[in-house]
Design a binder for this molecule. Structure first.
Ligand code: ASP
Ligand code: MG
Length: 403
């Protein structure tokens, strides 16, 4: 007998038909003598619709009430799924976040889990009930309902797995697992069998939309292996995500294209201590996340500095650097909204020489010009023209991931 945590995303629960299908799957699994805790997201696009509704009555909805509103989505799923399970003759017990002992801080709409007190869940499990738990929510120190940030049900699943020491954590979604790159961008993408926490985190920051990053960080910190698999496919192993320290043979595990980047440049920046700190602390104060940074070789005590940000923050960042450029006596500034970030990821990379060279050659052969480069032990990113991004992705995927 195993203690299994399962999480079903919104697309797996979009209709009452889907809910019955999922209920059947859960009941079958229970009959194989397992204990089950099932974490659910809101049905289909419920959360998006609730946000739209709030914005129709308030230009900037207050966050505490936003949490009251958004948490209802998951509550509907809990109630519906429990009913569907009961209808099939199994006992089910529904829990919303605070009844399950999920305590968070009070940062409404992006709260962090602080403690989980799972005694009620554990005692219900002993009575042979299937537990259905609302994802994405908890309760603040003031006893208000909080939510964990968009996509936060993944975190609920991983955190409850750690708290009850589950044998297995399964994340069910509408795709078969995690792919070597986004299959919508590249049909040649392959399903990955095994991935390390580290690689999945790098994939998220490279722009791949796979899982809630904080869930992966949590899983890594508390070592909670999990598998990502399809709700609707009858067969298929999915992708196992766990601690992997070394991959023999495999150098690159995945490639990602982030088309939401903008590149900003300050020309003729005086080359003396304190200048970069001046520029980037102004951006930091404005809460702007800077990604790739490149400084050119200094000529006659001047250098150019380029960096990228998410396109949604480009205008704000541009007006900040225009001001700073004046203050530090730099030259012109520019903002290029038409760039993309192409990244290859792999923990095997640090033990293989020549990966960067191979990536750059693949891009050169495809006629893609590299504007900026950034590397770490587990990834290499290149900034390219957005119009050349997909061509570049195809080229690097072919080079590293199709053999
Ligand atoms: N329903 C929430 C959202 O759409 C949480 C989740 O799906 O994980 O963001
Ligand atoms: Mg979701």
């Amino acid at each position: 007998m195993s203690l299994i945590v399962q999480k079903y995303g919104g697309s797996s629960l979009a209709t009452t038909e889907n809910i019955k299908y999922v209920a059947k799957k859960i009941v079958d699994r229970k009959k194989q003598k397992n204990k089950l805790v099932v974490v659910v997201s809101a049905m289909g696009k419920t959360t998006d619709n609730l946000i739209k509704m709030a914005e129709e009555v308030h230009h900037c909805p207050p966050e505490k009430e936003m949490d009251i509103l958004l948490s209802t989505g998951e509550m509907v799923s809990v109630a519906m799924l429990c009913m569907a399970i009961e209808e099939m003759g199994e006992a089910a017990e529904g829990f919303v976040g605070h009844c399950a002992g999920i305590r968070t801080d009070n940062f409404h709409t992006k709260a962090r889990i602080q403690t989980i007190e799972p005694s009620r869940i554990i005692s219900e499990l002993k009575k042979e009930s299937i537990i259905v738990l609302a994802g994405f929510q908890g309760i603040s120190p003031d006893n208000d309902i909080t939510t964990l940030g968009r996509g936060g049900s993944d975190l609920t699943a991983v955190a409850i797995s750690a708290a009850i020491k589950a044998d297995l954590c399964e994340i069910y979604t509408d795709v078969k697992g995690i792919y070597t790159t986004d299959p919508h961008l590249l049909p040649n993408a392959r399903l990955i069998r095994e991935l390390s926490y580290e690689e999945l985190l790098e994939m998220s920051s490279a722009g791949a939309r796979v899982m809630f990053s904080r869930a992966v960080e949590f899983a890594k910190k508390y070592n909670v292996p999990f598998v990502v698999k399809s709700t609707f496919a009858e067969k298929g192993e999915g992708t196992m995500v766990k601690e992997i320290l070394l991959k023999e043979g495999a150098d690159v595990s995945a490639a990602a294209l982030d088309e939401k980047q903008a590149k900003l440049t300050i020309f003729r920046v005086p080359d003396r201590p304190g200048i970069s700190s001046r520029i980037f602390s102004s951006l930091g104060k404005a809460n702007i996340n800077v990604d790739v940074i490149v400084q050119s070789v200094s000529k006659e005590k001047y250098a150019d500095i380029s960096f990228t940000v998410n396109i949604s923050e480009a205008e704000k960042a541009f007006s900040i650097i225009k001001e700073v450029a004046k203050e530090i006596n730099a030259g012109n500034t520019s903002c290029d909204m038409e760039v993309a970030k192409l990244t290859i990821i792999g923990i095997g990379m640090m033990h293989h020489a020549g990966i960067a060279g191979k990536m750059f050659s693949a891009l050169a052969d495809a006629g893609v010009n590299i504007e900026m480069i950034s590397t770490s032990e587990t990834k290499i990113s290149c900034i390219v023209k957005r119009s050349e991004g997909k061509k570049g992705l195809k080229a690097v995927h072919r080079e590293f991931l199709e053999k």
